[in-house]
Design a protein around this ligand. Structure first.
Ligand code: A3P
Length: 290
């Protein structure tokens, strides 16, 4: 895998998606107070929540026809959503977009541009239990040609626990975001709470970003974001990667791959890194990982 990755500030990234030049350009990126930012470790359900956020922005924009048309044009290009993906010139292209920008990132909070906090931009931080993330990441790494692949689940598991995977350690990621847990401009949400009560989660997200939404519009967003609807639509939204991205969409799929020894190792790692933290409590390890 070594030839497909590079290291930036001690974390591995895939060369086919990211570059040091884009990381450098990102440092001077100007966030706006009305940006809609999503932060989440890979495989936490980012594409699901992104679709919801995009739909909320679109529904909110219906009152402004010109801005809506402008946005549709940009959605077709769709190269700018993940801050760390693509070419360094993209920040210039998205500077003056006349609508709320939906942006996402898998980066550690310390690697984000300082303009986010300076300009009071809001961030929705999405997390998912580490066992399901690991299993989802394993399947994705092997299905996605842009990422390093792994010969066996055991090999992937060891790399995941040590943080030797692209975007770095899940545990470091959670520890760093946990330090921001009392920040009013960051809303923390989990994959599992959305799976169990999507409408409640979507309403909280709507309030946090101050979208004005009718019940009807909310219902339309809900209908479009079910696993089945997104899966059926995946070819048009995500091209050939669609069927790799929408795999199972379930809680507890980790049980299909974890051995008892791996289970205990994950238990120890969780105890050591996250059990005592507020974010660790929020992901409800005892409920979803037993
Ligand atoms: P699985 O591999 O466990 O199925 P990301 O978008 O961050 O890469 O996350 C991908 C995970 O989110 C995949 O998990 C995928 O199936 C799941 N997912 C995508 N859309 C979903 C939806 N509408 N409802 C529930 N889960 C969804």
């Amino acid at each position: 895998p070594e030839e497909n990755v590079f290291s930036y500030k001690g974390v591995l990234y895939p060369v086919l998606l990211c570059s040091p030049a884009t990381f450098e350009a990102l440092e001077s990126f100007e966030a706006r107070s009305d940006d809609v930012l999503l932060a989440g470790y890979p495989k936490s359900g980012n594409n699901w929540i992104l679709q919801i956020l995009n739909d909320l922005v679109t529904a909110d924009l219906k009152k402004n026809k010109e801005a809506l048309e402008e946005r549709m044009k940009h959605e077709e290009k769709g190269d700018y959503t993940f801050l760390e993906f693509g070419d360094p010139g993209k920040f210039e292209r998205i500077k003056k977009l006349p609508f709320r920008r939906v942006l996402a990132t898998h980066l550690l909070p310390g690697c984000l541009p300082t303009s986010i906090s300076k300009n009071n931009a809001k961030i929705l931080m999405l997390s998912r239990n580490p066992k399901d993330v690991a299993v989802s990441y394993f399947h994705f790494s092997n299905g996605m040609p842009l990422l390093p692949s792994f010969k066996t689940w055991d090999e992937f598991f060891n790399a995941f626990v040590c943080g030797e995977v692209v975007w770095g350690s899940y545990f470091d990621y959670m520890i760093e975001w946990n330090k921001r847990i009392n920040n009013k401009n960051i809303m923390f949400i989990t994959y599992e709470e959305l799976k169990e009560n999507l409408i409640l989660g979507v309403k909280k997200i709507t309030e946090f970003f101050e979208f004005s939404m009718t019940e009807e519009e909310l219902q339309a967003v809900m209908d479009r974001s079910s696993f089945q609807a997104m899966n059926e639509n995946s070819h048009s939204t995500h091209g050939t990667f669609g069927n790799i991205l929408f795999r199972k969409g379930a809680i507890s799929d980790w049980k299909t791959l974890f051995t008892e020894a791996q289970n205990q190792e994950m238990e120890r790692k969780f105890e050591e890194c996250l059990a005592e933290t507020k974010l660790g409590a929020k992901i409800m390890y005892k409920k979803y990982c037993k």
